[in-house]
Structure formats: C-alpha cells, structure tokens
Ligand binder design. Structure first.
Ligand SMILES: Cc1ncc(C[n+]2csc(CCOP(=O)(O)OP(=O)(O)O)c2C)c(N)n1
Ligand SMILES: [Mg+2]
Length: 814
C-alpha cells in the first residue's frame, strides 16, 4: 500500500522522456518536467474516466434495447492506459474484446466509433473496425489499401482484427511477433522498411485470466519461449471467466505461479514474467516499460500477470455478476476499483485536487454523452431516410391505386410507428407492398427502391469474403505450363523440389516451415537440400504444434510476407483448423477488406495407410474454410501451378498434395515459376461420350483405372478433374460435359455426404444439371468409417476401380 504514496519522481522518468534530463540542481527544469508529468497523468486519468463512462452508457444502451449485446473494459482501464504508453508506431496488437481503453489511449478508436460498433452501424466510415460485422469491442486498424497493397505498417500502430473465440488471438500474436524475428534475421528483407525496421516491432497480446486455460495459450507460450520472439502477453486477471472463478481454471489459481518453469534464466530461453496489480498505475507503467524494452531489444517474450482487476459491471450485458460473486467479493471490487485507486493516488501525490478531478470527470461524462448521441444519429439517420423514401413511395402508389390504399396505408403506419427501424423493416415493408401491387406500372419506383436496397444491403453485409480488388486470386491470369521436347521426367517430389528451389531464390519474402520440413526437407523431400541453400531462417523445422504453425503463418502473411506453412498430414489439419476457420477464413470479411492474410497451407493427404495417414476429410475443410481457397491437385505439376496462382494474390489457400503421388513420374515444366493454374477451372483429363465422372486428387487415378475397365466393355467415360473445390467450376464446364453424356457420378474418398455431395449440389443446383440427366446422378465415396490399415484396408475402405465400374454399369443399364 505504501508504494502508492511514494514520491513519483523516481518513476517519472518512465512517463516523460524529458525527465531523463532532469537535474535537481536546476529547479526550472524540474518545474517544467513536473508540469509535463502532471499533464500526462491527468491525460491518462481522463482516458480512464472517458472509458468508464463509455462502459456505463454502453450497458444502458443495451438494456434499453438500442443495441443487442455489450461487453466493456470497466475495471481494466488503468492497466490499459499504462499499456498504451509503450505501444509505438510499428507495433502490433493481437487482443480480445476487453481493450477499449487501450484503443482510446492509443488514438486508434474514438468514443463515437465505439458506439457505432455497439449499434452495429454497417458504415466503414463510422465503424472503422468491422463495418458493423463484429460485436462491440472487436477492434482492427487498416493494413492494406483497396488495391491490396500493404500500407507502411512501421509508421502505424497496428491492431489485428479481434475474434471472439477465447485465446484465438494467441496464435496470431505469436506469428505477428515471429515476423519481427524473420525481418531481423533475413538481410534480404532490410529494404522493406514499410514492413519492419530491423524487427523492432513488439506484438502486444492481451488475454483474460480464464482464457489461459485454453490449449492455444499453452501452445503459444511454449512456442514463444522456444522461438524467442518479441511477444508481450498481458493477462488481465479479474478472477473470473464469466461465472467460473480461477480456482477452477488455473493450477494454483495463478497463471504466473503455474508458468514458473517458463521463466528465462541466464543462458536459457523462456519468458520474462512480471506480476503487477491492476489498480497500481505507477507500478503498471514501470513494469510495462521495462518488459516492453526487453521484448523489443532482445526478442525475449514477456508475460505480465496483471492481478487484482475488478469488473464493476460484471462480464457483459448478458448477465449480472451478483448471481455468482459473494457480497465480500463485490465489496472488495468496489474498494479496489482501479479508477478509485488512481484518483486517490493523484490526490495523494498532489497532482490535482479533488475539485480539479471533478471538473475533468464531468467534462468527460458530457463528452461521452455527446459522442454517443452523435453515433446514434449517424447510425439511425440513413435508415430513417430509407423509411421516409419508402413511405413517400407507398403513399404515391396508394394515390394511384385507390383499391389498395387501405392496405398500403396500413403498411406506412406500421413502418413509421417503429422508433428504431432496421434496414430489414424497410425491405419487408416494400416486399409486402409489392405483393399487393403485383407487377402494376404504378409500383415501378417502389420496385426500383426495393431492388436498390437489396443491392445496397448485399454490399453492406455480403462482400469481401475474398479479395475483390486486383489482388484477388481469381484475377490471376492463366499461364500454361510449357515443356521442352527433352523435358526431364522426374519423381513428383523432385518437380516440387525444383520449384521450391527457384521460388526461394527469386522471392526473399517466401518462408516455409513445419514439422520435419527444415533439416530433412519435409517427409517427402519437397524441400530436400533447400535449408542448406536458403538458410534456417527461411526454411525451418517447428515443434509438433499445428495450431501455432498456423499462427506463425498467419502472422507472417498479415505482415506482408509469403509463408508456406506445412501441416504434415491432412489428418492433422484438425489440430490447426481452429485458427484457419475462425481467423484466416473470416479476416478479410470481418474487416471489410482492411486486412488480408495470404497464407498458403501446404499439406498432403488422401490415400496412404491407415486411419490417420490416409484421410480425406474434404467436406470438413470445405465447410470450415469458406474464405480460403481449397486446391486439390492431381499431381505435383498442377500443385506448382496452384502455388504460383496463390502467391500472386492476397487470398489464403490450402493445397492438398496427393500423398501417393510423390514418386509418380512427371515431366518437368520449363516455366516453373511462371505458369499458373486458374482456380475454379476444371480440366477434362479424358474425353468420353457415355458418362461424366467428376473427381480430384488421388481418386482420379482410381477413376482412370475404372475408365479403362469400362472401355473394354464398350463404355466411354469422360473424366473431369475439378482441380479446386473452392472455388468450384466457376465457368460450369461440368454442365457442358453433362449435356453431352446425360449421366454423371461424383467420386472421391471423403465420407458419404462429404465433398462428393458438395460437388453434386453445385452441379445440380447451381448449374441446373438436373435438367440434362437421363438417369439418377450418383456419388461414390469412401465408407463412413476411417480407412483400415494395409492395402486391403485401403481397397475396402475407399472407392476402388471395380466398385466404380459396377456403379457405372448400373447407371448404363438404367
Ligand atoms: C472458445 C470459446 N469458448 C467460450 C467462449 C464464451 N466466452 C466468452 S468470454 C468467456 C470468459 C472469458 O474469461 P476471461 O478469459 O477471464 O476474460 P474476461 O472476460 O474475464 O476478461 C467465455 C467462456 C468463447 N468466446 N470462446
Ligand atoms: Mg477474467
């Protein structure tokens, strides 16, 4: 307790650089410094108060129905103003929904923007974090421009877009910090001063105490301790994860106790771990200053366990903490509220009087009220204008169609009665009116507004799943592979190896990493010999930790590099799927195009041996990864073309190489670095007249075997390799084939109802294929169980040529 009342002079050096020149012999300098210091403390207090008021009013807005859900920073303000002091241009934040004070104090969010997000305002101007696509408190800043070019991140304070899954920010934070290490260690990147300045950038990563229970946290901590990256983890310890206290969350109920073995010592790697109280402004500044300096200069990761934090309003608007906190705890929280403590400290140190603080507080309150109102009007006025226009049009039609006047006026009445109308109310009203008017000419402008608004709402809510600008992968022009007359015939893995060799020689932004990828050059030798050539900073081994391998890839890609992050076998993608699904696949959408993550996930799958080395869970991939492209090359030549396409774009993608294809012979293309395989364009690999067989990847070779069996029986099969599942056949080439053959089967080695069913739906529903069928369409898939071991296990678990033959014969006989 005593520390609070120590003279601040010891500490003031941390608050204002001028203090470093402080000379006690020169009272005028002292006076000047004191004034600066005082101003800075009061400015911080002002952020604390402004932020608290925002939380209080924010909760009210939800309780009165103006917003649907609210989650706020109250209780954590003091720690966050302290944190913001050391967040410099060039730094990164990977945090969670609790960081509103940090955002305000860093100049990256305003109160009106905060409220705009609370109201779900879909305007990117008013709600610059997600354009109304995310819940409140989910922040972001812009990293790429509309043409997909990276902004000079070293001149900006960079906030990576928050996600709601607890601890999901950890793996991304690791990657953002890891990128600093890559920039520092790869001299060829020194010229990229817009992306990094010698790797001096720290990634600030915030997490709640309860979320440290997640595997994402532990995997990240271990990886950062091994890798030695400038990651600064701030654990906001308020003792609870919603209602569950930390004794049920954390060993010894203390994350810093539990982490003791991670403490870096002389000559070891590990973390610097600090403990500090969340209400102690001076100690927070001091501790963060030291920790961030260590991270920045030495790339040692640091963890701040910020204890004794309160939650004045509980977890969120979804419940009240009185239900699960004891009266004693609630009373303790009232007394140890950071705002109260900071105020006491200011007065005790004579930095301001109580009256001065009251004035500051009332001004801040007034400002929040004004900005809240401004945000509300900004949100509501455009909708009100739509209501007005709709009303005018409805009245106009009513005057022209007297028989309908009663019904139309009733609609006007209902719409205008809504105090807080939504866009959907306008649309529903217009739709109902059009049901009454039918196609009558008098309703021309009504229909026109209906169509305009549908279009406008599509733009607001349904865009930017993928890059829509010049760097979208679908804009990459096709360049065909060329082959010299005497082109060497190589094993598939050697084609890849030659390609990666040239790629790494030509593009210093490329990185490749994964389990067994560095020293031995991956389990199938695609990178054999390349670490020796391009160095262990660009081609390297990682621990067995798929989540954070993905995290490393995410961080590098977001910071403008071109990572190829490897999942050793497709079956283990499950371990790395969460960040891909929650983070990568949603990033561009949830920032409305302001951030991109051109991550390439390389993996190998389909047939090999046994339950966990021959899976083909493509349906899982398809459903989890909308927002990424999914490439399923039949051989390594096609795979190279897909890598080239993805590397020319800002879109993320996954490439599933055929596990049983590395030793098949392929001709080496002459233009390895230049040819591209356009995404969403299938290829007819065998022409035929009687039936269309649609497939991809390893199964393609089984289908080819079946086609040969069938040929002997006089049946001519057309085989189509879809090449990519996302996107799928964008020019409807399969439909063209079906029009010719009038029979179709979709074949793969996923479970029944998996990716084959996806292809089926695409062709039947989207392409209208059902109109061209002479017989019922079929899917031929693996069994529902995982594949059994051994060659017979494979044969009887996955589709085989004889089975395909039988189904086709049945179809021909129908
Ligand atoms: C993966 C996941 N599980 C559950 C939730 C629901 N949830 C949201 S916040 C929260 C508690 C988090 O507590 P803590 O990490 O201590 O952060 P605090 O809210 O206390 O700051 C839970 C369980 C979630 N968002 N994500
Ligand atoms: Mg908590």
């Amino acid at each position: 307790m005593n520390r609070l009342f120590l003279t601040t002079w010891d500490r003031s050096a941390y608050f204002c650089p001028m203090e470093q020149a402080y000379d006690p012999a020169q009272p005028s300098a002292e006076a000047l410094s004191f004034e600066k210091f005082r101003e800075e403390v009061l400015q911080d207090y002002r952020w604390v108060v402004l932020s608290r008021e925002t939380s209080l009013l924010g909760r009210k807005e939800v309780l009165t129905g103006k917003a649907k859900f609210g989650i706020f920073v109250d209780g954590k303000e003091v720690a966050q103003v302290a944190m913001a002091k050391f967040f410099q241009p060039g730094d990164f934040r990977s945090g969670y929904y609790r960081d509103q004070t940090f955002m305000f104090a860093s100049g990256l969010a305003t109160v009106d923007q905060f409220f705009a997000q609370l109201y779900a305002d879909p305007s990117l101007e008013r709600e610059p974090f997600s354009a109304g696509r995310q819940m409140n408190g989910h922040f972001a800043t812009r990293w790429v421009d509309d043409n997909g070019q990276w902004l000079p991140l070293t001149e900006r304070k960079n906030v990576s877009s928050d996600i709601a899954p607890t601890a999901g920010q950890m793996v991304r934070g690791l990657g953002l910090a890891f990128a600093s290490r890559c920039f520092r260690n790869v001299p060829e990147l020194a010229a990229e001063t817009g992306l990094s300045r010698n790797g001096n950038e720290v990634c600030f990563c915030t997490i709640g105490d309860a979320s440290t229970s997640e595997g994402q946290f532990w995997e990240t901590i271990n990886a950062a301790g091994v890798l030695q990256v400038p990651l600064a983890v701030f654990v906001w310890d308020d003792g609870y994860g919603i209602s569950v206290p930390k004794k049920y969350q954390t060993t010894k109920a203390s994350i810093s106790e539990a982490l003791k073995g991670f403490q870096k010592e002389d000559g070891t790697n590990g973390f610097q771990i600090f403990k500090v109280k969340g209400w102690d402004y001076a100690a927070l500044c001091e501790t963060f200053e030291e920790g961030i300096r260590i991270a920045r200069e030495t790339h040692t990761p640091v963890l701040f366990h910020v204890e004794e934090i309160t939650q004045p309003q509980g977890h969120s608007t979804s419940g009240s903490h009185e239900r699960y906190k004891t009266p004693e705890r609630l009373e303790w929280e009232r007394q140890w509220d950071g705002l109260v403590k900071m105020r006491e400290w200011i007065i005790a140190n004579a930095l301001a009087t109580a009256e001065e603080l009251e004035l500051l507080e009332s001004e801040a309150r007034e400002e929040v009220r004004r900005l809240k109102q401004q945000a509300w009007e900004g949100y509501l006025i455009p909708i009100k204008k739509q209501v007005e226009r709709a009303t005018d049009l409805l009245n106009d039609v009513a005057s022209k169609m007297p028989a309908l006047a009663g019904g139309l006026q009733q609609l006007v009445k209902e719409l205008t009665a809504l105090r807080e109308p939504l866009r959907r109310d306008v649309l529903r009203t217009l739709n109902q009116a059009l049901l009454l008017t039918g196609k009558d000419e008098a309703a021309y402008w009504l229909r026109d507004q209906y169509n305009d608004l549908r279009q406008e709402n599509k733009e607001l809510y349904n865009t930017h799943l993928y890059n829509e600008g010049p760097n979208g992968a679908l804009r990459v022009p096709e360049v065909k592979a060329e082959f010299a007359d005497d082109a060497p015939v190589l094993n598939g893995f050697e084609v890849l190896n030659s390609y990666f060799d040239r790629l790494f020689a030509s593009n210093p932004k490329t990185f490749a990493f994964g389990e067994d990828l560095g020293y031995i050059g991956d389990v199938n030798q695609g990178f054999a010999g390349l670490q020796a050539k391009y160095g262990e900073h660009r081609i390297f081994d990682t621990g067995i930790r798929e989540l954070t391998i993905m995290g490393q890839g995410i961080g590098l890609a977001m910071r403008g590099l071109r990572p190829i992050a490897e999942i050793q076998y497709l079956d283990y993608l499950l371990y790395g799927l969460q960040p891909l699904s929650d983070d990568v696949a949603t990033l561009h959408y949830r920032t409305k195009g302001q951030q991109s993550c051109p991550l390439i996930v390389r993996t190998r799958g389909h047939r090999l041996e046994g339950i966990w080395h021959s899976g083909s869970p493509m349906g899982m991939v398809l459903n989890a990864l909308r927002g990424m492209y999914v490439c399923v090359p039949r051989n390594m030549t096609q795979a190279v073309g897909m890598y080239n396409t993805l590397l020319r774009s800002n879109d993320p993608g996954i490439v599933v190489e055929c596990l049983n294809g590395y030793r098949l012979k392929e001709k080496l293309p002459a233009n390895l670095l230049d040819y591209t395989v356009p995404l969403g364009v299938p290829e007819v690999v065998r022409e035929g007249a009687d039936i269309t067989l649609v497939t991809y990847g390893s199964t393609l070779r089984i289908v080819q075997d079946a086609a040969q069996l069938l040929e002997k029986q006089g049946i001519s099969c057309e085989i189509i390799d879809v090449q990519t599942l996302l996107p799928f056949d964008i020019h409807h080439l399969i439909l063209g084939s079906l029009k010719k053959t009038n029979r179709i089967a979709f074949i793969d080695e996923d479970v029944p109802g998996g990716a084959a069913a996806f292809m089926f739906t695409k062709v039947m529903e989207e392409q209208g294929g059902y109109r061209w069928l002479d017989v019922a369409p079929r899917t031929i898939t693996a069994k529902a169980h995982r594949p059994a071991y051994g060659s017979d296990g494979d044969y009887f678990s996955k589709p085989n040529a004889e089975e395909i033959q039988e189904v086709v014969l049945e179809m021909m006989a129908e």
